[in-house]
Design a protein around this ligand. Structure first.
Ligand SMILES: Nc1ncnc2c1ncn2[C@@H]1O[C@H](COP(=O)(O)OP(=O)(O)OP(=O)(O)O)[C@@H](O)[C@H]1O
Length: 345
């Protein structure tokens, strides 16, 4: 049966928005709609003053209204919240409260209840290898028998699925009366990425607060099962969007990836300070692309600097600049060990 956008819009127009009392389409709640191979994803952008119960009821109504429409086999409705980015004062006398945001983990959301630890993997600038290192550590942890997942929160460049060789769109399943996203899996690593929910083309047009809300929901609305560790590949940067996201998802700790360049190092310090502002411990930092070994003569070069970085957090390890990435496998195992041992200290 072929899919009809008109039928979907009609079904959505029949749903009342609890805040404005208009239908949800004319009230501007529909922020994104994507259909592929029978799977329909709808993003509803909610106003900050909507209550948790109203938001959940609206989501359930929307799912019910769309389920069974022609050409629609599966429906996933994600909620995001429109709100201003949090204001961060440089020299705030007190740390802000943990998670004072509308995206706060709602009481009814237990999707990550079986996740033992969550770790935000962060970099102050793009291109330092954050996603590559996240996936490398995740694979090493899985190979050691740990139950591990990766949440790809780098919404403007969701590269984790590619690194894990995943391309299938994600499905959903009903768990204890709630519809949860089912993570994809590769090499024993569970993965959720916006790239597997909407396709990369749509993801890039999302705006900051919507992105933040969508990531938080992805974390809570996923059937992770039992996990020892969930690694969250954060969007690069140390600005308000990253800070707000860190407050929303409340990781147990953060790891900062940097290269040994002076500029990257300065930025990495900003990363340490950003997590400090929201009381999230920086477990350590990783120096990526440190040493290059010439494949012809075997000489070793520190192309990006000498690596004497003085950050206010322990160094978990170094990874070489390795074009084939083969030389970094042992490095990832060492990093996985360092990460796990930090939790036991
Ligand atoms: N140790 C390394 N040696 C050689 N190349 C590397 C290494 N680490 C990462 N790269 C390469 O650097 C590029 C950027 O890596 P990656 O996408 O992981 O960075 P990123 O920090 O996640 O970027 P962004 O935040 O912009 O998404 C990729 O082509 C990756 O293969």
């Amino acid at each position: 049966m072929s899919y009809s956008e008109a039928a979907i819009l009609r079904a959505l127009e029949a749903i009342r928005d609890p805040v404005s009392d208009r239908d949800i389409v004319s009230a501007g709640r529909l922020s994104d709609l994507h259909h592929a191979e029978g799977r329909l994803r709808v993003i509803l952008a909610l106003p900050p003053d909507i209550t948790q119960a109203q938001g959940l009821a609206l989501r359930d109504k929307t799912e019910a209204a769309l389920t069974g429409l022609p050409g629609v086999d599966q429906v996933a409705v994600l909620l995001t919240t429109h709100r201003a980015a949090p204001q961060v004062k440089q020299a705030a006398p007190q740390r802000p409260d943990r998670n004072p945001h509308p995206n706060k983990r709602p009481d009814g959301y237990q999707g990550d209840a079986h996740v033992t630890k969550t770790v935000a993997i962060s970099s102050a600038k793009g291109g330092v290898g954050k996603s590559t290192v996240t996936v490398g550590i995740a694979r090493a942890l899985a190979a050691q028998g740990h139950r591990v997942g990766v949440l790809d929160a780098d919404i403007h460049g969701p590269s984790v699925p590619t690194l894990l060789g995943l391309s299938e769109q994600l499905g959903t399943r009903e768990v204890e009366g709630r519809r949860l996203i089912v993570p994809a899996e590769s090499d024993g690593v569970k993965c959720i990425s916006i790239g597997l929910l909407t396709g990369n083309d749509e993801a890039v047009v999302w705006r900051g607060p919507m992105v933040q809300g969508a990531i938080a929901r992805m974390l809570w609305d996923t059937d992770w099962g039992e996990l020892d560790l969930l690694l969250i590949d954060m969007p690069p940067g140390t600005g308000d969007p990253q800070l707000g996201l860190a407050q929303d998802i409340e990781p147990d700790g953060a790891v900062i990836i940097t290269t040994p360049q002076d500029l990257a190092l300065l930025d990495a310090r900003k990363g340490v300070s950003m997590f400090g502002k929201v009381d999230i411990p920086v477990i350590g930092w990783v120096e990526n692309m440190a040493l290059f070994t010439c494949p012809n003569c075997g000489a070793e070069h520190r192309i990006f600097g000498d690596g004497n970085l003085d950050l206010d957090a322990p160094k978990l390890g170094s990874l070489p600049l390795s074009i084939e990435m083969r030389g970094t496998r042992e490095g990832y195992t060492a990093l996985a060990d360092a990460l796990m041992s930090r939790w036991s200290q």
